[in-house]
Design a protein around this ligand. Structure first.
Ligand code: HEC
Ligand code: HEC
Length: 333
């Protein structure tokens, strides 16, 4: 009875399908990724352009895709990101893939959802270093954008709300279904090898699933980094306490998704672990007080690699050219 009520309450959203999948897979702590059932296609196409458009940055050189490269698992594959004027950021860029499944955005969860998140980097002096007003000015000077925003939102003026809404809608499509592990969950018993299966058993029996579970294999709780042994971070980030102001939340981070984790190196909020072998070793010792043998570690890593799903694929968006009236970028000031 309870299970029936949940889907009715959520009938308007894709959560319906996810809830049903959860019922079907109730015996496993990880559920398959379900692509979103309803997206606004006009917003998605516009958001895709904005995601790739470096003119939303002061330098005219940095787009969302610079740090969340969709050819590389939605990350930049460097320790911490490089922003405006080659500034080194404080934390590792998490993937944008499957970020719609997160309970909140950023390592410390300071943005409630993708729309709230998307305005941040444009105005962040260490990232795109622009302002919302200047970014809107650029878009308004480009006739093809003016036409497309009007078509999608039906308003005469472009505003930052439309920009962040379109980007968030595009990001909803960046999910990665159909990994070998999901095929296995859905019943294809030969989709993963015996070693990969053994790695999954170790992942469950060792306790990794206490924090890494659900369709994203993470992303749904904040947990302390360094439970059994402290973690010596190379970043000043203090974690969730920066948002809640509570001492008990110090060094709690949003548990990262392990979907596509083979592609999203380096690992941890400070990007200190270069390889999955290192990350699994650290997690075993610091979170669970377990030292895995070489063989056990290799099996868990093999399992983690089965979580790579179909990467988003689409035509590279062609951006409308600037007009004579478009303010020119200033990369060196
Ligand atoms: C200079 C590099 C850089 C640029 C440019 C950038 N980001 Fe990020 N992004 C990051 C970093 C670093 C974080 C993590 C920051 C934190 O948690 O404090 C992040 C976090 C995120 C997250 C949260 C993911 C999660 O799991 O918490 C999303 C979503 C995201 N960015 C989307 C975008 C979008 C959309 C744009 C363009 C408007 C953008 N980013 C531009 C580096 C960048
Ligand atoms: C108590 C909760 C908890 C447990 C148990 C746990 N993890 Fe984690 N895991 C986290 C948190 C929190 C982070 C992020 C830590 C940070 O970045 O400082 C993380 C990060 C990771 C990462 C890096 C992902 C990335 O993109 O940076 C991997 C890989 C990982 N865990 C695998 C495992 C494995 C394998 C196990 C079991 C041996 C495990 N975890 C057990 C909470 C947990």
């Amino acid at each position: 009875m309870r299970f029936r009520l949940v889907p009715i309450a959520l009938a308007a959203s894709a959560s319906l399908v996810i809830a049903q999948a959860a019922v079907a897979q109730v015996q496993e702590p990880i559920q398959p990724i379900i692509p979103p059932q309803q997206v606004n296609l006009g917003q998605v196409e516009l958001g895709k352009k904005l995601f790739f458009d470096p003119r939303l940055s002061k330098s005219g050189f940095i787009s969302c895709n610079s740090c969340h490269n969709l050819s590389m698992g939605g990350t930049d594959n460097i320790k911490t990101s490089i922003g405006d004027k080659w500034q080194q950021g404080p934390v590792n860029a998490p993937t944008v893939l499957n970020s719609s499944l997160n309970l909140a955005q950023f390592w410390d969860g300071r943005a409630a959802d993708l729309k709230a998140q998307a305005g941040g980097p444009i105005a962040n002096p260490g990232e795109m270093a622009f302002s919302h007003t200047l970014a809107i000015g650029i878009l308004e000077s480009i006739p093809a954008y003016v036409r497309e925003f009007k078509q999608v939102f039906g308003k005469d003026k472009i505003d930052i709300d439309q920009v962040t809404l379109a980007i968030a809608e595009f990001e909803k499509t960046l999910v990665t279904p159909n990994s070998r592990f999901d095929q296995w969950l859905l019943g294809r018993k030969d989709a993963i090898s015996a070693d990969e299966r053994a790695g999954y058993e170790l992942f469950k029996t060792s306790g990794c699933v206490a924090c890494h579970n659900g369709p994203a294999v993470g992303g749904n709780s904040y947990q302390k980094m360094g439970i059994v042994q402290p973690y010596k971070a190379s970043s000043p980030a203090e974690g969730r306490s920066a948002v809640t102001g509570k001492e008990i939340d110090r060094f709690s981070f949003k548990v990262p998704t392990l979907r596509n984790v083979e592609m999203t190196y380096p690992y941890f909020h400070d990007g200190a672990a270069d390889t999955l072998t290192q990350a699994v070793d650290v997690m075993g010792r610091l979170q669970l007080g377990k030292t895995f043998t070489k063989d056990e570690n290799a099996k868990i890593v093999a399992f983690l690699k089965t979580l790579t799903g179909d990467q988003p694929s689409f035509m590279l968006p062609i951006l409308p050219p600037s007009s004579d009236a478009t303010p020119r970028p200033n990369p060196f000031k």
